[in-house]
Design a binder for this molecule. Structure first.
Ligand code: NOJ
Length: 561
């Protein structure tokens, strides 16, 4: 299928990809939930922001037990969001503006309402229908102990016991997430064939690629052993198993059969950079999310180490790195960077963790300047371009996230980063809906200054900063393809400084005092005002450096990274 995107087939190596959490982006029909018509109406905003592609979180029919990551039918759109015809129009309308589409595929599990799971429950033990999942008898004389003690990513057990038609307890089934998300058995040929068909279904509709949910979890050890204390590479019974790579090699063949080839983006949470890189070998995924960088605290040494490890790991497989500050699962940067501990860790999330939003905002601006200067792909989660904070005081009776409920109410959950966007006006729903109806999650009363309309008028706003960064990044050959070279041997002084190509330098000051800048011809963009020519704390700049003859005044770069 012919496409009119801005760049060539390798667009995914340098793209800016904007994550649309459909439920919270824009509501066109006034029911308080975002929808596809709302996204279509806001495409000009996304064009003006300067993004290359949109990644839509799952828009398929779903009971929404986990915000749509519990899919009941991968080929229909949830009625709350619209219709398949609208999705097709949205893909084409975006493409007409030079914006590609990535859809979210959820292969590890389905909804418990999916016809396959319903059929498996009805068919009973030993049936072929149950083979597509992980049904298993319990342990112990009564079968009332779970088959394994594996821990769920959402706290609590990973097995739920079924009840037979006569009310008697039956087999258990595996769910690494909620009981409403039964895990598929990826050793089953029908599971593999079905997903390749789902890929083709969306690729045939012109989508440019897929984001693969929980990509390192699909394959399980059929012997169902317990998780060892220190699993070696490939030894974990339900994570990063070697057989996964066959799945992605065959998906790559499906994607490569298209013209232009479609792109695979993995959600791969792995601490080991070398194991992570294996998913990006030339015949597997194109890119994967870089959660190591996202989880690091606002600390120059930490960030530099992450950038170096990331680039090194990606270089080994000739894949582009990705830079991610947040997404629909994690704390918004403005809030996180204002905390005493600004790293991100799911297990550490608690209600009432103090934050200084002024500090957080300054750092989030500097982080945007930093990440937009790094080589590879940049992901922007909706609302980060508006500098939205995490909403930490949602009424408890409005929370929806199973992570909150399954933690016994200890974990605040992920609703605080999913609050509907403020578009215009000075009171909720801030133009999110055409009616005064309160959105599915309530918005704070003090967001009038954060609306897209308000920020578009203000050259000092976060939105203006993002627009400037993305425009410069698109047009500047150094930023698109120039190699990264550090200007200092290390980050001991709390400063990150590096070149892209020969002409552009990015300097970020994470130290407590202002620092001088290298000699430069121009400041292209700054996250905050310079003071007497110095770069203040928590501020970042892009500099145009003098051309080659003036190189004596330029700091000596360390060898190419
Ligand atoms: C990762 C998704 O980003 C998250 O939102 C979801 O809850 C889990 N995978 C399970 O699908």
């Amino acid at each position: 299928m012919a496409e009119q995107g801005r760049h060539d087939d390798a667009w995914w190596r340098t793209a800016v990809i904007y994550q649309v959490y459909v439920r919270s982006f824009a509501d066109a029909d006034g029911d308080g939930t975002g929808d596809l018509a709302g996204v279509r109406a806001r495409l000009p905003y996304l064009r003006d922001l300067g993004v290359d592609a949109l990644w839509f979180t799952p828009w398929y029919r779903s009971p929404m037990a986990d915000g749509g990551y519990d899919v009941a039918d991968y080929r229909t759109i949830d009625p709350a969001f619209g219709t398949l015809a609208e999705a097709e129009r949205l893909v084409q309308d975006a493409l007409a503006l030079g914006i590609r589409t990535i859809v979210d595929v959820v292969p590890n599990h389905v909804s418990d309402q999916h016809p396959w799971f319903q059929a498996a429950l009805a068919a009973g033990p030993g049936s072929p229908e149950r083979e597509r999942f992980w049904f298993h008898p319990g342990r112990g004389p009564q079968g009332d102990e779970m088959p394994t003690r594996w821990e769920s990513s959402f706290a609590g057990p990973t097995w739920t016991r079924t009840t037979g038609p006569d009310g008697a307890p039956g087999e258990w089934y595996l769910h690494l997430f909620t009981p409403e998300q039964p895990d598929l058995n990826w050793d089953h040929p029908e599971v593999r064939a079905e997903h390749e068909d789902i890929l083709r279904f969306w690729f045939d509709r012109g989508v440019a690629g897929i984001r693969i949910d929980s990509a390192a979890l699909l394959v399980k050890d059929p012997a169902l052993p317990e998780v060892p204390d220190r699993p070696g590479p490939g030894e974990h019974p339900h994570m990063d198993r070697d057989a996964l790579h066959d799945v992605y090699r065959s998906w790559r063949r499906v994607a490569d059969a298209y013209d232009p080839p479609r792109v695979l983006v993995g959600e791969v949470w792995l601490a080991d950079a070398a194991r992570f890189a294996q998913y990006l070998r030339p015949d597997e995924m194109h890119t994967a999310f870089n959660f190591d960088f996202m989880a690091r605290p606002w600390d120059a040494k930490e960030l530099r180490e992450s950038v170096e490890t990331t680039l090194e790991a990606h270089r080994s497989v000739d894949a582009p790195a990705t830079w991610v500050l947040s997404n629909h699962d994690v704390t918004r940067p403005v809030t996180r960077y204002g905390r005493a501990d600004s790293s991100f860790d799911f297990a550490a999330k608690r209600f009432g963790t103090p934050t200084d939003l002024a500090v957080g905002r300054r750092r989030a601006r500097a982080a945007a300047v930093l990440t937009a200067a790094l080589p590879g792909c940049l992901y922007v989660y909706q609302g980060d371009e508006l500098g939205l904070p995490e909403v930490e005081d949602l009424p408890l009776d409005r929370l929806q996230d199973p992570m909150h409920f399954r933690s016994g109410g200890v974990d605040p959950g992920r609703d605080g980063c999913r609050v509907p966007l403020p578009w215009s006006g000075d009171a909720p729903p801030y133009g999110f809906s055409p009616t005064a109806r309160e959105p599915w999650l309530p918005q704070p009363r003090d967001w009038a200054d954060l609306t897209a309309e308000h920020q578009a008028q203000d050259p000092g706003s976060m939105l203006s900063l993002y627009r400037t960064l993305l425009a410069l990044r698109r047009d500047d050959p150094d930023l698109r393809t120039g190699a990264l070279r550090w200007l200092d041997a290390d980050a001991h002084d709390g400063v990150l400084a590096f070149m892209r190509g020969d002409g552009l330098a990015c300097v970020v000051n994470l130290s407590p005092a202002p620092v001088p800048l290298p000699a430069h011809d121009a400041v292209l963009v700054a996250s905050g005002e310079l003071v007497d020519g110095l770069l203040p704390t928590d501020t970042a700049v892009w500099l145009r450096l003098p051309a080659a003859p003036a190189a004596t005044s330029r700091p000596t770069p360390t060898p190419p990274e």
